[in-house]
Ligand binder design. Structure first.
Ligand code: KG4
Ligand code: ZN
Length: 358
């Protein structure tokens, strides 16, 4: 089954052709980082305009790189949410028009589910039940996945997403955008124990994440310690590197610590870590160690599939198309789309435990 994936939920215009949900035939991504860099974050109006300019050439490029005529695809999968409404609408409208013109089936894909499917490439097949940690600039969620396509949110961020925290702290330190890769690079030369931040915990005992307090703690530390943010592209000081390392290590301890905590209860057979922040090498190491302790494999997307792309959307869409799911031409963007569709999570957990003798 050959599926065209289209992704325009945020600031990447992407199209990909994927065979049988596991093999990337072509994947094209046009990043808008240059457009948004000077604003230190994504400007929604500019993002949708750029998607409009790029969607046609990017889809054309995906077909021409694959050297496959459009008529040969078996279906189209497009991100319908969550994301920026203007951006999502460009992809959704284009996908509908193309499905209509080619008379091909169409399915809408949740962007976060797409991230989970980014591990479908270059990893062995996922064994269920799985735990999936999706950490990006827009989302930080830990899911229980008893079987493909079924999700229960075990923990979510109460405020900023993990990637957003990286971006905001980087901006505050004068490091540029996007902040994650820059902080990771500096953290390699810094001491993660130099600045004592505490792992954010919910007062009500919930496993939810929170990163805005940590961002405030970094601001306060900068103000009180007299650490100077980087100016005019100067080389970052050792104090900045130490701060980057200390901040990063707390974010990772929060993400991985919570994952370990819920794993004890849910007995997963695979740990999936996906989303832009999954590019982070220190997070990969910590998650791999945690999975090894649990005696299960940890799967990550390869780096180019960690950030937004359309191959993951095509992979998630393939499962839906195979299951006979079809969207009508009334398919619409849903900016607040949630990925939580287990009617009875306790029952699903019990069944998974029986089936897999956990
Ligand atoms: O998945 P993604 O491309 O977009 C969203 O759906 O949000 O994720 C982008 C986010 C940004 O916040 C970026 O700073 C973060 O992923 N990121 C990283 C790293 N590379 C990208 N965060 C930490 N370490 C990295 N190496
Ligand atoms: Zn994303």
């Amino acid at each position: 089954m050959l599926v065209l994936g289209i992704e325009t939920s945020c600031d990447e215009t992407a199209a990909a052709l994927v065979r049988d949900g596991r093999e990337i035939v072509s994947s094209v991504i046009a990043s808008q980082i240059e457009t948004h860099k000077r604003f230190g974050g994504v400007v929604p109006e500019l993002a949708s305009r750029e998607h409009l300019d790029k969607i046609v050439p990017i889809v054309e490029e995906a077909f021409s790189r694959a050297n496959i005529p459009k008529e040969e695809i078996d279906g189209i999968a497009v991100t319908i949410g969550p994301g920026l409404v203007g951006s999502l609408l460009v992809g959704v409208s284009y996908a509908k028009a193309m499905a209509f013109a080619l008379e091909k089936p169409l399915v809408g894909v949740n962007h976060i589910e797409g991230h989970i499917y980014s591990v479908a490439f270059e990893n062995p097949p996922v064994e269920y039940p799985a735990l999936a940690l999706v950490v990006s600039g827009g989302h930080t969620n830990l899911f229980f996945v008893p079987e493909p396509g079924k999700y229960k949110v075990l923990a979510r961020t109460r405020d900023d997403a993990a990637g957003e925290a990286f971006d905001k702290v980087a901006k505050m330190l004068g490091l540029g955008y996007p902040g994650g890769p820059i902080i990771e690079r500096l953290a390699r030369e810094g001491n993660p124990k130099a600045v004592k931040f505490s792992v954010p915990r919910m007062g009500d005992g919930s496993p939810d994440f929170s990163f805005s307090g940590l961002k405030t703690a970094v601001t306060k530390y900068v103000r009180e310690s007299g650490v100077r943010p980087v100016e005019n592209g100067d080389a970052p000081s050792q104090a900045i590197k130490d701060l980057a390392a200390s901040f990063q290590s707390i974010v990772i301890r929060s993400l991985v610590g919570t994952t370990e905590r819920v794993a004890a209860e849910y007995g997963p057979r695979t740990l999936i870590v996906a989303g832009g922040v999954a590019c982070n090498g220190a997070l990969r190491e910590a998650a791999s160690r945690a999975a090894a302790q649990l005696g299960i494999p940890a799967y990550f997307p390869s780096l180019h599939l960690s950030t937004d792309n359309a191959a993951m959307i095509a992979a998630a869409g393939t499962v839906k198309l195979r299951a006979g799911e079809r969207a009508g031409f009334d398919l619409n963007a849903d900016v607040t789309l949630r990925l939580q569709n287990l009617d009875n999570p306790d029952e699903a957990l019990r069944k998974a435990k029986v089936r897999y003798r956990l």
